[in-house]
Design a protein around this ligand. Structure first.
Ligand code: CO
Ligand code: CO
Length: 327
């Protein structure tokens, strides 16, 4: 079972209602929004995972960028963060120090502050952060408000899960996939600021459920359907060669099951491309649903803020909610 499958089990446990809880677990949202006053809500999220690269400092940066991402996906600003550390002291405390340093540098780049943390001993190291942000209670961007006619914009390439599998299998060196590593350690802040500037309908970040899994959640929550243009989806170049070698993480398979027959592929979308579309991402980009009229403005705003990837990958259509047609 992937951690994401386990996340779903949380939904089976009934939780107390609270009128100030504006977004909770029910909408497959990765961050919760809780209203404090009419002008202020806090946004809370947590994420951590095992190293996906060998360089400890880079891993710290990636884990922190990933943990901050759910705050940015909601159009909120990160404020404070706490380290979550599981570590095996036999590995050497200098390694842990590098991980924490990488995390700190990302949090500081985000303009937030680390206020504490907790460490437990564990055979396999894990690192991440619990992040608290703020947003106006009327102005957060949910993952369930996509509208028919919207365009879908993606702000980072996909295929990192496949590259991480190749890295683990020692079929590729870190320096050969730096383009991808630099992408996933980049904050989604600038993409978030761009979408707030323009005004968009819906947003989610692309992580464990892969592009199609997260898109499906957005569509189900919004009661709409989508067409995705497979060729328009940005993909890390080397993901193809490793996917062809069968280096596809188990999570891609569970994501395929999760989406099930809601997705339909046209005959020109081959298995390799399908695997990449289901590939679980770490610290992936924002998937934004923006009205057709505002789409050009969003692309311009992303360009202005030097967000290197700003691809229009599909559109929202009126069909059975949750359906995805990949052509
Ligand atoms: Co999660
Ligand atoms: Co998320």
């Amino acid at each position: 079972m992937s951690p994401c499958d386990l996340d779903l089990i949380l939904k089976d446990v009934s939780l107390k209602k609270d009128e100030n809880l504006l977004r909770g677990i029910e909408g497959s949202e990765d961050a919760a929004v809780y209203r404090l006053t009419d002008e202020l809500a806090i946004v809370q999220t947590v994420d951590f995972f095992t190293p996906i690269v060998n360089d400890s400092y880079l891993f710290g940066q990636i884990a922190a960028a990933n943990s901050l991402s759910d705050i940015y996906a909601m159009g909120a600003d990160p404020l404070t963060a706490m380290n979550l550390v599981m570590f095996n002291p036999e590995i050497g405390l200098d390694v842990l120090q590098e991980i924490i340093r990488g995390g700190r540098d990302k949090v500081e780049e985000a303009g937030a502050v680390i206020v504490g943390g907790h460490t437990v001993e564990d055979k396999e190291p894990k690192f991440g952060l619990s992040v608290t942000g703020t947003v106006h209670p009327d102005r957060f961007i949910s993952n369930s408000n996509a509208k028919v006619g919207d365009k879908l914009v993606l702000t980072k390439p996909i295929g990192m899960g496949i590259l991480a599998t190749a890295l683990k299998g020692e079929l590729v060196e870190e320096e050969d996939i730096m383009e991808a590593i630099n992408s996933i350690r980049t904050l989604n802040r600038d993409a978030s600021l761009a979408m707030r500037e323009v005004g968009v309908n819906s947003c989610t970040d692309v992580t464990g459920f892969g592009l199609l899994g997260h898109l499906m959640e957005m569509l189900l929550g919004s009661g709409v359907s989508a067409v995705v243009w497979a060729d328009a989806v940005p993909k890390f170049e080397r993901a193809f060669e490793f996917a062809e070698m069968g280096l596809v993480p188990a999570g891609a398979c569970s994501n395929r099951k999760y989406v099930g027959d809601r997705v339909q592929f046209s005959s020109k979308v081959n298995e390799i491309v399908q695997d990449i579309l289901f590939d679980p991402q770490t610290s992936g980009g924002l998937l934004i649903s923006v009205s057709a009229e505002c789409c050009d403005d969003l692309i311009k705003e992303l360009e202005k803020r030097d967000v290197p990837t700003r691809a229009v990958i599909g559109e929202i259509v009126e069909k059975e909610p949750g359906k995805i047609e990949v052509i």
